[in-house]
Design a binder for this molecule. Sequence first.
Ligand SMILES: CC(C)(COP(=O)(O)OP(=O)(O)OC[C@H]1O[C@@H](n2cnc3c(N)ncnc32)[C@H](O)[C@@H]1OP(=O)(O)O)[C@@H](O)C(=O)NCCC(=O)NCCS
Length: 154
Amino acid sequence: MERAVSALAIRFLEPHDIPAILRIQSNSPEAAQWSQAAYENLRQASQSAWAAEYHGHLAGFLVARVVANEMEILNFGVVPNFRCKGIGRALLQESLTWAAQNGASRAFLEVRASNATARQFYEAHGFASAGVRPNYYRDPDEGALLLTCPLGRK
Ligand SMILES: CC(C)(COP(=O)(O)OP(=O)(O)OC[C@H]1O[C@@H](n2cnc3c(N)ncnc32)[C@H](O)[C@@H]1OP(=O)(O)O)[C@@H](O)C(=O)NCCC(=O)NCCS
């Protein structure tokens, strides 16, 4: 599976992408800081992941899973220098299409309350607040907003 929009291509993440994904993570403190093993074990955890290549550079990634009829976005980040170029949008759309094809009727995720950029990004893509989870995050301690979006209506 590969979808190319000019210089941007979205494809499933491959094992050789993991070092670059770890670099994106460490440059994106808002993203979850997963271990190398967590990416190596995506399949055993019933998770799927996509990589974005932009002008030949690994520019972003998204990890999600579908459980019953719900898709959960588990981790997501774009290289800081490559943000606001539509890469996050392309990753999100690819994952939502995959989730709908795999039986999900709703997507959800948690986001730090202070992550205004991600909140605006998700709201621009049809996600709405469905509640809060107090004290959800550590380092620093912070509550999460639960955001949801219906699938299959676009
Ligand atoms: C959230 C994130 C993945 C978005 O990636 P991106 O490639 O910059 O997003 P896009 O360029 O596709 O933006 C699409 C839309 O999102 C919104 N958006 C993105 N960045 C925004 C910003 N800084 N301010 C306001 N709106 C923004 C806009 O509506 C934009 O639409 P436009 O292109 O018509 O202006 C990126 O900011 C990121 O990696 N953040 C750090 C990690 C993170 O927060 N992950 C999510 C944790 S839940």
